[in-house]
Design a protein around this ligand. Structure first.
Ligand SMILES: *Cc1c(COP(=O)(O)O)cnc(C)c1O
Ligand SMILES: [Zn+2]
Length: 422
């Protein structure tokens, strides 16, 4: 074996095929891989060669980087493939943020429409290697969609716990369509998380929440692929939405390892953006991370509606090591950013728009410089949450500034002409 799982707290280590997802002491586990034989320059060449090859594993934007993900499993990966998401330059979005060098990395282009696929390909590959009889997660929706799809591909029954009545329509639809047993829990996300943990302990299903160390290894590739797309030229900022903080933690780990391996010579600054109604981590940052905070979460951006983030300590480390910042944006700012992103022909779900709204706010506050190269991550696809979208454009009175109301007409050419102002 080439990797071990090490406890954050007591440093105990476990074999990479040990099925536990927490240390005996209660600490979280993280993967440590044997250092690859190649130096930074050789790794960069290897990744570049693989990108051009017609083979699902090398073509995957996750497994292409397998030396940093899970070296021993690469050739047996349960892969769609996933990743290979575009890095877009859209002047309308950049202008709204006041940041001419802003680009967006669109993770909504993954197979189930969110970055969760990057974690799930690794998590379900691991579940298959362990011979798991069932897999489970608690989710605000996207994790369950990804778990359901990859579980179906691997032939492993999937069980998802979601807060009843609080999951966006597209996500719930996916989880049903891909055949997961879908439990609508009367409670919030944090209650789902506690319940699925108990179920894993008592009932022996393999837990694929974001604390699962294999998922985080997959999510690191958002950053690796982004740096690869930039020809390993490090930008000033990477901005991302933050809920349970798995991604913030994964980004920090990716940057630490990329620098240690010589893939890059310095790290960009991370900016994690929370919704104002679900911003314990932003509060913690403002307080110098003195104490861990929890809140009762409330926001329209359901993917980041989390009051007690699981990966807190690792996310603190990520922010500290990258000289990063944490901020929050209101639902109104999120909706406006989303309307701008959508109208640029790009589109994203509400939580994703928090990154662009956050970049704009950090620029207005003088934290991000006008000419900084800013890479904002759009985490999910526009069709994930049609409910929020239709409410904004069709059902809000008075209509928001950027609302695009549908127009009902008689089946008559003159009506069309009137709409065109003729
Ligand atoms: C999961 C998710 C997030 C939040 O990521 P965390 O790792 O929980 O901080 C943000 N946006 C979307 C679309 C998500 O699915
Ligand atoms: Zn431990």
């Amino acid at each position: 074996m080439t990797s071990v799982q090490r406890c954050d707290q007591c440093r105990a280590s476990y074999d990479e095929l040990d099925p536990r997802v927490r240390c005996a002491c209660g600490g979280l586990l993280a993967l440590e891989h044997a250092p690859p034989a190649e130096d930074g320059a050789s790794l960069r060449r290897l990744f570049e060669e693989r990108w051009g090859q017609r083979n699902d594993v090398n073509l995957s934007g996750v497994w292409r980087y397998r030396e940093l993900v899970l070296p021993s499993a690469g050739e047996r990966a349960v892969t769609h493939p996933e990743g290979n998401t575009p890095l877009l330059r859209r002047p309308a979005i950049a202008a709204w943020a006041g940041l001419p060098q802003l680009r967006v990395k669109h993770e909504g282009h993954n197979p189930t429409g969110s970055f969760k696929d990057r974690g799930m390909t690794v998590g379900v590959t691991q579940a298959a290697r362990l011979g798991a009889s069932a897999i489970a997660c608690a989710s605000t929706g996207n994790t369950s969609a990804a778990l359901a799809a990859y579980g179906a591909q691997a032939g492993i029954p999937a069980l998802v716990f979601v807060p009843a009545g609080q999951v966006a329509l597209g996500k719930l639809a996916q989880s049903l369509a891909y055949g997961a047993k879908t439990l609508l829990v009367r409670g919030d996300f944090d209650a789902c998380l506690r319940l699925v943990q108990q179920a894993a302990d008592e009932l022996g299903v393999y837990l694929l929440n974001s604390i699962n160390p294999y998922r985080l290894e997959g999510q690191k590739t958002i950053v690796l692929e982004l740096l690869h797309q930039l020809c390993w030229e490090v930008p000033e900022w990477i901005v991302l939405p933050a809920g349970n903080l798995g991604n913030t933690a994964a980004f920090g780990k990716a940057l630490r390892e990329a620098k240690a391996l010589g893939l890059i010579d310095r790290v960009p600054r991370l900016a994690s953006v929370q919704a104002a109604g679900a911003a314990p981590f932003a509060q913690g940052f403002a307080e110098g991370f003195g104490a861990r905070r929890t809140v009762k979460a409330e926001t329209i951006a359901t993917a980041i509606k989390i009051g007690d983030p699981a990966s807190w300590d690792r996310a603190v480390q990520a922010i500290r090591e990258t000289d990063g910042v944490v901020t929050s944006v209101t639902d109104a700012e999120i909706l406006e950013a989303k309307a701008v992103i959508d109208a640029a022909g790009v589109g994203c779900e509400p939580a994703s728009a928090a990154s662009v709204a956050g970049a704009r706010r950090l620029h207005a506050e003088g934290v991000i410089g006008r000419d900084d190269r800013v890479m904002a991550v759009l985490t999910g696809h526009v069709l994930k949450d049609p409910g929020v979208l239709l409410t904004y454009h069709q059902d809000t009175d008075p209509p928001p500034a950027r609302a695009n109301r549908p127009i009902e007409i008689d089946a008559d050419l003159r009506a069309v002409a009137r709409v065109l102002g003729r």
